[in-house]
Design a protein around this ligand. Structure first.
Ligand code: NAP
Length: 514
């Protein structure tokens, strides 16, 4: 019998009363744990978070809440080895990939802990300067930010069970808003273990951190007007969430991070430069293979000047060739598996659909898996496709295959490639490669409006740059259009989602008393 993970609601651990869903090891196919959210009193649990944890959190200053985040980071750090084991077992990740999730989460918490320290012993934030409302300067308008009085519900994706929680929870808790997380079922175990460890450490007031594992049924129905909802997942589920009554009738504030056809662009004029081509090839192959391509920020489309199409295909293929795929417990393996049989099938089907509009430039599926049974393990070798007619093949700009897959495309001019990149209908990130600062700046600004982040890689920052797909807490994460239209992180900017902005119109004496 596998262990059934309990849910934590209303400050108590509670088991679901249904049949439960089993989580599996995607490499070995063995059952791990069960989750179940049947029969939970969500309304009561949410009310407890709002009425008990909210006031307790908001009674503290930003500095004190920052100190809590710091303690949470310390607790997580002390259990790190266990998290690595769970991630390998439940997500099929090699150590480097686990680090992106586990250590990335701890780093983000620590960053917000420092920001809390900087905000100091206050309970309210000012937004901008006061502005005169008439000729007499006595009566002015000052915008203030006060913590929302509801809770923050996070509905998360399967690919980042650790970082996906902490990148949202850090700014929420720093703002004084209690958190309820519903991790994606397939990989819920790691989120659950982390929440359990943090609750056991008694750092947060009761109800400040709750977890519901299993079905999402009823979660949105339990939201009320001052709550916020942050969703990460597919555009399809995002659309369902946006049309839910909680959002349409109660104006629950919602942030959506969804699919994205991110690109990499070798800029015009870089054509004869082997160094920048190599930087592009290195980053593309890394982005395709880190977490088996299951990163919302991973490079899916690669644009190079048309004269470089063949060279780029060779350079990327040569790097992908070195990727050993299989059981992440084997030290020689560089890339583990996809998270589930369902994802494996979706990636296989996606490659099939894209192949109808593209040529196969590199096929890592032909190499044998290391220490893994291909009939059981959800492993797919990296696949580089090529499309010589990016104008006439809509699917390459539209189908996000959530695995180790990218499509190389040639272009003729910056104007043309900007239009091609825009056909992704809004993406999280693009990376731009070249040497000439003015040309890089021109290309970066040309595509900026279609992205939440533009990552520029030139030889001088080659060893410093933080990675196309790595989401740094200092920069915003989110993208327009298809990417969900959301915005997270970006240092203190993240706190705005968890605060109400109010224009306070009063005498300068009242405003000074703030
Ligand atoms: P998904 O099916 O949309 O699931 C995401 C989350 O929503 C899961 O927790 C899921 O729970 C829950 N959910 C499913 N149906 C729901 C409903 N009707 N109401 C409320 N919640 C519901 O997405 P996925 O396939 O797991 O995730 C992969 C996608 O996420 C990819 O397309 C990727 O691009 C995107 N993603 C985006 C970002 C970003 O930051 N932009 C990050 C990571 C992933 P269950 O697991 O229990 O079904």
């Amino acid at each position: 019998m596998t262990e059934r993970l309990k849910n934590h609601l209303a400050g108590q651990w509670q088991a679901g009363t249904g049949t439960g869903v089993t989580l599996y090891d995607p490499v070995l196919g063995t059952p791990l744990v069960e989750v179940d959210a049947t029969g939970l009193d969500l309304q009561r649990g949410f009310a407890f978070a709002r009425s008990q944890a909210g006031p307790a959190l908001r009674a503290k200053t930003y500095q004190e809440r920052g100190a809590m985040l710091s303690k949470i980071a310390t607790v997580l750090q002390s259990h790190r080895d266990r998290y690595y084991e769970i991630s390998t077992a439940n997500s099929g990740t090699v150590k480097n990939d686990t680090a992106v999730d586990v250590d990335g989460g701890i780093y983000t918490l620590s960053t917000y802990a420092r920001l809390g320290e900087q905000l100091g012993a206050r309970r309210l934030l000012l937004d901008g300067e006061a502005a005169k409302l008439g000729k007499d300067p006595l009566f002015q308008s000052q915008h203030i930010l006060s913590p929302r009085t509801g809770l923050a519900l996070f509905i998360n994706a399967f690919n980042f069970p650790s970082w996906g929680l902490w990148e949202k929870a850090a700014p929420a808790l720093l703002s004084g808003v209690p958190v309820v997380v519903k991790p994606a079922t397939a990989t819920a175990w790691l989120t659950h273990q982390m929440v359990q460890d943090v609750i056991a450490a008694e750092i947060l007031p009761p109800g400040a951190l709750s977890i519901v594992c299993g079905s999402s049924a009823g979660l949105l129905d339990a939201l009320t007007p001052f709550d916020v909802l942050s969703f990460t997942g597919s555009a399809q589920t995002g659309a369902l969430i946006r049309s839910h009554r909680a959002v349409t009738e109660h104006s629950v504030r919602v942030n959506i991070e969804a699919d994205s056809l991110n690109s990499a662009l070798l800029i015009p004029g870089a054509a004869e430069d082997a160094e920048t081509l190599d930087l592009l090839a290195k980053e593309v192959s890394r982005e395709m293979t880190v977490k088996s391509g299951q990163k919302c920020t991973a490079i899916r489309r690669v644009f190079v000047p048309e004269a470089l199409y063949d060279k780029a295909a060779q350079a990327i293929g040569a790097r992908l060739q070195k990727t050993t795929v299989g059981n992440p417990r084997n030290e020689t393996v560089r890339m583990g598996s996809l998270v589930s049989r369902e994802q494996y099938q979706a990636v296989v089907d996606g490659i099939g659909r894209l192949s109808a509009q593209a040529e196969l430039l590199f096929d890592g599926r032909t190499a044998p898996l290391v220490d893994a049974d291909p009939a059981v393990a959800c492993c797919v070798g990296p696949v580089l496709l090529g499309c010589r007619d990016p104008e006439g093949r809509p699917l390459v700009h539209d189908l996000e295959v959530f695995g180790p897959v990218a499509t190389l495309m040639p272009y003729k001019s910056l104007t043309q490639v900007t239009a091609l990149i825009a056909r992704g209908q809004g993406s999280l990130v693009t990376s731009v490669y070249g040497k000439d600062p003015a040309a890089l700046a021109e290309a970066a600004t040309s595509v900026a409006a279609y992205h939440g982040r533009v990552h520029v890689i030139s030889p001088d920052v080659a060893s410093l740059q933080t990675g196309h797909g790595n989401v740094m807490p200092q920069s915003i994460h989110g993208g327009p259009g298809r990417a969900g239209g959301g915005e997270e992180l970006g240092g203190l900017r993240a706190l705005q989602f968890y605060h109400q902005r109010t224009a306070l119109q009063a005498s300068t004496e009242v405003l000074a008393a703030l």
